[in-house]
Structure formats: C-alpha cells, structure tokens
Design a protein around this ligand. Sequence first.
Ligand code: SF4
Ligand code: SF4
Length: 133
Amino acid sequence: MDRSLAELEAIVRNRICGVCTERTVNGECGLEEPSGCALFRLFPQVAQAIQTVHSDDIGAYIEAIRHSVCTLCAEQAADGSCEPRQQVQCALDAYLLLVVEAIEEATGKTFNKQGIRPMGGPSGTHSGLSIQL
Ligand code: SF4
Ligand code: SF4
C-alpha cells in the first residue's frame, strides 16, 4: 500500500507523540525546540529508508535508518556514536518499534522484531527501546 509522505508522517505522529514522554499535558511537544525532534526533523529520510527496504527482517530497516538517517543527523559523532541515542533521548531511536508498527499499519506489512528488545530509559528521558544489531 503506497502512502504519501504526509499521510505517513500523520500516522507516525499520531502513534508516537501520543505516548512520548516529552509530550505535555496540553498535548504539545515539550521539547525546547519541537522542530529539533530527530524523528520528524529527518522524517523524509526516515520514511524513505523504510520504504526502500523490502524485507520482513526488522534489522534491515534499522540498518537503513542508521545508514540513511543517522549519518545525516548532526547529533551523530564521527565515530558513529550518538549521545542522545545513548541517553535514550532520540524519539526515532527510543520509539523505533512503534515507528515500525506505524509503518506496518500504513503498508500492511509485518516485520520480524526479534532484533528489538524493550528497555527502560533513564528517569526524565524517553522510556523506550534499545536496538540490538
Ligand atoms: S519529542 Fe518528537 S515524538 Fe516526542 S512529542 Fe515531541 S515531536 Fe513528538
Ligand atoms: S539516533 Fe542519534 S544520530 Fe540517529 S537520528 Fe537519533 S539523534 Fe540523530
């Protein structure tokens, strides 16, 4: 099922922002700069990375995001490390399973998610997921 970028972003926003720990009681993004959220700041690349992979293996999608999104993100250091990722403060990384599920919803696919395990984040951060590659 083909979806426009706007449709895909709307589905992902609905799914992720609704559970994100940064969301305020007013339903708004509580980040100092909401436009800085990596998930949506780089959403065209996120959507493209996911849509250009044709696999039922979630690992392939994770690799595509690392390769096509994280490499463009200003937060990633030259050695490939990422402080927000390590601190569970990147919504894209922290909620990747939910992002993938939203994409599943949009495309009708079912991915093997064995490469992802739940993990509680530090207090005050996104309590999300950690990825095992
Ligand atoms: S940090 Fe990102 S995912 Fe969380 S509420 Fe803000 S825009 Fe949504
Ligand atoms: S994990 Fe780090 S490098 Fe990748 S999108 Fe998030 S903040 Fe950017």
